[in-house]
Design a protein around this ligand. Structure first.
Ligand SMILES: Nc1ncnc2c1ncn2[C@@H]1O[C@H](COP(=O)(O)OP(=O)(O)OP(=O)(O)O)[C@@H](O)[C@H]1O
Ligand SMILES: [Mg+2]
Length: 378
């Protein structure tokens, strides 16, 4: 129990629905000179104290949206409200936000201390205050003893934390982070993800982080907005997004999923009859009709030697194709005689090697619960 409690607190807990919004993006579009529509009628509300992630493929408009919050770009139409104030005429340096750029720009010729103090110096704060707040900010990012170092004398992760301290020292209400971890190697990146979440919880500042790494967004954020081609496709908590994607695009973008082209007709309230090449008809919960995808996550698929009799499962005959062994689990592709092969993640939950060895060409039944099956429109 204690362990569970502990691991829970390492992640971002949900923020209450009644929490006051700190950011409201209302019908915001951005058309750049030359006609590129980078953001198309976006509506996003970020709650105070939230760790909010913007996720989507390259070029979908994430940075543009962040820059409009920071004031470096002006929306073509729509409004940005921060902390109750319309930002239309508010200059970047007068906004209660601070931005950490992807390249974690620090001044190379300035010591860590001077880097962090820079913003306060520009604001003309008294030197005693600058000294104290700089020390506090460095303490916060666990760089207490590093003030006199130069950036080139530090690791990538440490420089990243200097950039964070530089933004935090100004005590913004909102911190905007554009791909803050993209330059780090996998191990450091994971460590920094945990540190960022802890830091956010300890300072209580609202974070809006841009990433195109879905596992990063899933593990860190309270809520995620998934964007595609300038449009916000879905906003939801990580588990909701993963288990209840509202479209084929979101399902495919978040995690891995088997998508089978199918046709659906409505047969009742929230009920559809789906026809799938390869295994006939099945009636399921759902609203999408016409050309749809029948979707199921690989970890929800099971394998059996004989046909399952449970009426609540969908079962289909599959022949083992590609197999990839990853230690704790294996990826096994099953050819079902139509469409793309179905991927099953088989957890290697026992030391009995034979039990989890799949050989190409072997026939099995593969099955999954109807309740784990999604019917998705485009
Ligand atoms: N200053 C600009 N002038 C014209 N077009 C731009 C400008 N900045 C960005 N764009 C275009 O707007 C679209 C969105 O760009 P943006 O930088 O917001 O994407 P992104 O989601 O941050 O992508 P990435 O993950 O690659 O950083 C792209 O098509 C891009 O080419
Ligand atoms: Mg970008």
């Amino acid at each position: 129990m204690a362990l569970q409690e502990q691991s829970k607190s390492a992640y971002s807990a949900p923020i209450s629905d009644t929490a006051a919004p700190i950011i409201e993006i209302r019908n915001v579009s951005k058309i750049y000179q030359g006609g590129v529509k980078a953001v198309d009628d976006a509506n996003i509300t970020v709650k105070r104290g939230e760790f909010f992630a913007l996720l989507g493929p390259s070029g979908c408009g994430k940075t543009t949206l962040l820059r409009m919050l920071a004031g470096f770009e002006t929306p073509t139409t729509g409004e940005v409200i921060i902390d109750g104030h319309n930002m239309a005429t508010v200059e970047p340096n007068k906004r209660p936000v601070n931005m950490v750029f992807q390249s974690y720009a620090v001044f190379p010729h300035m010591s860590v201390e001077k880097n962090v103090a820079y913003g306060l110096r520009m604001d003309g704060r008294p030197s005693a205050e600058i000294k104290q707040r700089t020390a506090e900010a460095l303490e916060l990012v666990k760089l207490g003893g590093f003030g006199k170092r130069m950036p080139h004398e530090m690791s990538g992760g440490q420089r990243q934390r200097v950039a964070l301290a530089r933004a935090l020292v100004k005590r913004p209400s909102v911190l905007l982070l554009d791909e803050p971890l993209s330059a780090l190697d996998a191990k450091l990146r994971e460590a920094m993800q945990l540190e960022l979440v802890r830091l956010q919880q300890s300072v209580g500042i609202t974070f809006v982080i841009v990433t195109h790494d879905q596992t990063e967004a899933l593990s860190m954020a309270n809520r995620i907005a998934v964007m595609n081609a300038g449009t916000v496709r879905q906003i939801a908590a990580p588990a909701q997004l993963y288990e209840n994607p509202s479209s084929r695009f979101v399902a495919d973008f978040i995690g891995r999923i088997n998508l089978m082209d199918a046709k659906a007709v409505r047969v009742g309230e929230h009920r559809v009859k789906v026809t799938v090449p390869g295994f006939g008809e099945v009636e399921l919960a759902g609203d999408a009709v016409g050309d749809v995808a029948l979707a199921v996550r690989p970890e929800k698929i099971f394998v059996a030697e004989s046909k399952p009799t449970d009426p609540d499962v969908i079962a289909v005959r599959g022949k083992v194709g590609e197999v990839a062994y990853y230690g704790s689990y294996s990826n096994v592709y099953f050819d079902i005689g139509a469409g793309a092969p179905i991927l099953a993640d088989i957890g290697n939950v026992s030391r009995d090697i034979e039990e989890f060895t799949f050989k190409r060409g072997e026939d099995y039944w593969i099955y999954w619960r109807k309740g784990d099956t999604l019917v998705l429109g485009a």
